[in-house]
Design a protein around this ligand. Structure first.
Ligand code: GLN
Length: 494
């Protein structure tokens, strides 16, 4: 066993006991990364920064009370601004952009002694479910179907993060989730991913996609690791006006494994027509595991669920079109070559036509349309009303005593890269059917690997919690993780 295969909790304990050093642990990850270019997970490697941070962490670990993440090597999604290190949101329009500042999340991680191995692949501006919209080319899932060498998607938009964690290139990675981008890739790669309550983690210094939906969170090899990692990321930040001034409890201490008497809601609207039998069976098994652990299972209704995807695909593009207006060829990154006689309009148009990929352009067009004077009420305002109803559905069931809600994480296992290329974009959007409601309602949601499908690919379930209740939510996830006993790893081919 090499050190890169450790979990964060295992490495933390071994580092504190001085059984291993952060430099050795970091070297082990750097070696694994260099041998895994075929996964397309890391898009900017930062070995010098990593080793410098690892040496500093080892010095700090000589004293007692080093923070939990001290000396732990992590990957950082390319959406996070990291000072002096390319931060491109996987877009050509940000080519060459090296921020002058560090995001709040990475600042917190580095202050806690974490080690940055490099930046991770993702869909362009976090728009996508397969990592195929990236300007760097797609990331690849380390998992393959049994007896097949077809390359599969690691999911998206945090595809590089998922692939890197699943392949043991790092001990954990940051992700962001606007409609499912932490949970769907976690489910596709057999790892854990939590999207915290909106406002739990600062968005400052994270390239904005849809500001009222975006939240960063950890992607890890275990639920315990997610608790430790989230602890280090979370907390109030005066630089983000939507960050909540609420105390961050000890998430790891919440992992008692005891959920006796807790009420787990099973929403009937999530039993979609045409849902594959394997997903249905996995969900049933998850329900049984929670019941066996002493939880009370209750059928619930979230009646506005069917409007969630349409509402999301109005609100998210609307906010994106506004957020992406800043990429004009003046302030950041790329500017198109101009012809004689071109003016400022041509500069904007040519720069944005060259710099944005087709999915981003599609979102900007949809967003601009739904916000336009003639259609604002018909689309954007209506979607906002639907969003309020979706939020109310959740508030109602939580008020009736439901502690968490168990659903599938994704409607399928990982699909083949390129498989959706000729499909209607809406086919791709259907990936988020179980996850977008959570972002629209601002709730915490976690994906946990629970089993393998008939072709040997990981499948996950999702637990949705009450706002600010990540501790209990993670405890429920911990119970599910232990009952499922998911220990499978992808067979190394890369
Ligand atoms: N797949 C969704 C989208 O493309 C969600 C992306 C995300 O959560 N960042 O909008």
């Amino acid at each position: 066993m090499t050190l890169n295969t450790l979990t964060i909790a295992e490495a933390r304990d071994a580092l504190r006991k001085r059984e291993i050093t952060s430099v050795d642990l970091t070297m082990s990850c750097l070696t694994a990364i260099d041998a895994a270019d075929g996964l397309g997970a890391f898009v900017h490697k930062t070995p010098e920064i990593a080793l410098e941070q690892a040496r500093a962490a080892d010095a700090r670990l000589a004293a007692p009370e080093a923070p939990a993440l001290c000396g732990i090597p992590l990957g950082i999604k390319d959406l996070f601004c990291t000072k002096g290190v390319p931060s491109q949101a996987a877009s050509n329009i940000l080519r060459g952009f090296k921020p002058e500042y560090e995001s709040t999340v990475t600042t917190r991680l580095f202050d806690a002694g974490a080690v940055m191995l490099g930046k991770l692949n993702m869909d362009e501006f976090a728009m996508g479910s397969s990592n195929e919209t990236s300007c760097y080319g797609n990331a690849v899932n380390p998992w393959r179907r049994q007896g097949s060498n077809v390359a599969l998607t690691p999911g998206g938009s945090s595809g590089g993060s998922a692939s890197a964690v699943a392949a043991d290139l790092c001990l954990g990675a940051t992700g962001t989730d606007t409609g499912g981008s932490i949970r769907q890739p976690a489910a596709f790669t057999g790892i854990t991913g939590i999207k915290p309550t909106y406002g739990r983690v600062s968005r400052w210094g994270i390239v904005a996609f849809a500001s009222s939906l975006d939240q960063a969170g950890p992607m890890t090899k275990s639920v315990r690791d997610a608790a430790i990692f989230l602890q280090a990321m979370a907390g109030h930040d005066p630089k983000d006006s939507t960050s909540a001034d609420i105390a961050v409890p000890d998430f790891e201490a919440a992992l008692t494994g005891d959920i006796r008497g807790k009420v787990i809601g099973i929403p009937r609207e999530y039993r979609m027509d045409g849902m594959p039998a394997e997903i249905e069976a996995l969900w049933t098994r998850g329900i049984e595991m929670m019941r066996d652990a002493g939880a009370v299972i209750r059928d619930i209704s979230l009646p506005h669920t069917k409007y969630a995807l349409p509402a999301y695909y109005v609100i998210a593009p609307a906010e994106a079109s506004s957020n992406l207006a800043r990429y004009d060829g003046v302030k950041y990154g790329h500017r198109a070559k101009l012809a004689q006689g071109d003016g400022i309009t041509e500069m904007y148009e040519k720069t944005r036509a060259e710099g944005f990929g087709s999915e981003v352009q599609r979102r900007v067009m949809i967003g601009t349309y739904v916000l336009s004077a003639g259609f604002y009420d018909a689309y954007y305002n209506r979607a906002r009303k639907v969003r309020a109803l979706i939020k109310r559905d959740f508030e109602t069931v939580f008020a009736e005593g439901v502690d968490s809600i168990l659903t599938p994480a994704t409607p399928s296992a990982a699909f083949g890269l390129g498989e959706m290329a000729s499909a209607d974009p809406v086919e791709m959007y259907l990936n988020d059917v179980f996850t977008v409601t959570v972002n629209l309602a601002g709730l915490p949601g976690v994906a946990v690997p629970v089993g393998l499908d008939g072709q040997g690919l990981p499948l996950g379930l999702q637990l949705i919690g009450r706002p600010w209740d990540e501790g209990n939510l993670l405890n429920h996830a911990y119970v599910l993780e232990r009952a499922a006993g998911f220990v499978a790893k992808p067979e190394k081919w890369w």
